[in-house]
Design a protein around this ligand. Structure first.
Ligand SMILES: [Zn+2]
Length: 182
């Protein structure tokens, strides 16, 4: 990987990791090391089955959003894993709403225009939360480029204003990792 690509991966993974941390989803680690087909990844010490769709959507979209904010004109990394995950959640939510409104037998699958509108809404919300935590994302991305990996506790400690005497979050990262975001 050339340095430019490592920097893109670092901002992408920092986006996932910081927004996950900001939403109090415990992280095991973030890395820019390639793994399977992923350029890098963030491992969450959490089973996403039990996570509300809102933090799940925000942290998943935060990777592409952070990468795009830092490198607006560079060729994108492959976002297909993130986008499949986000569109899957959106489809299920819209389906459920249709069933609730029209009943199971009459309800139709979500229209593409509704899916597009939901995606745009969540991308806007993600952009706002990424802006809000941008200095934290930059610090994590810079460290990821030199260290190749950070633990969840190290990511929390990099939050601007955090210090070892004044921990921002105290969640444990000792659970077995279940969920992940590529
Ligand atoms: Zn990603």
């Amino acid at each position: 990987m050339c340095n430019d690509r490592i920097a893109r991966v670092a901002f992408h993974e920092a986006g996932h990791a910081v927004i996950g941390s900001a939403l109090a989803l415990p992280i095991s680690y973030a890395t820019v090391r390639p793994f399977n087909d992923w350029a890098g990844h963030v491992m969450f010490a959490h089973n996403f089955v039990n996570v509300d769709s809102e933090p799940h959507l925000l942290l998943t979209l935060a990777g592409p959003a952070a990468e795009q904010r830092q490198f607006p004109t560079a060729p994108r990394l492959d976002h297909s894993i993130d986008m499949r995950c986000v569109l899957g959640i959106i489809r299920v939510e819209l389906w459920s709403a249709n069933i609730e409104r029209d009943g199971l037998r009459k309800a139709r699958g979500p229209a593409q225009t509704d899916i597009d509108a939901e995606l745009a809404k969540w991308q806007k919300r993600t952009g706002n939360i990424v802006d809000q935590h941008w200095s934290w994302i930059v610090r994590v991305a810079e460290r990821l480029q030199t260290l190749t990996g950070l633990t969840g506790d190290e990511i929390v400690a990099l939050r601007p204003g955090a210090s070892s005497n004044n921990p921002v979050a105290t969640f444990s990262t000792t659970h077995a990792p279940y969920g992940s975001a590529a």
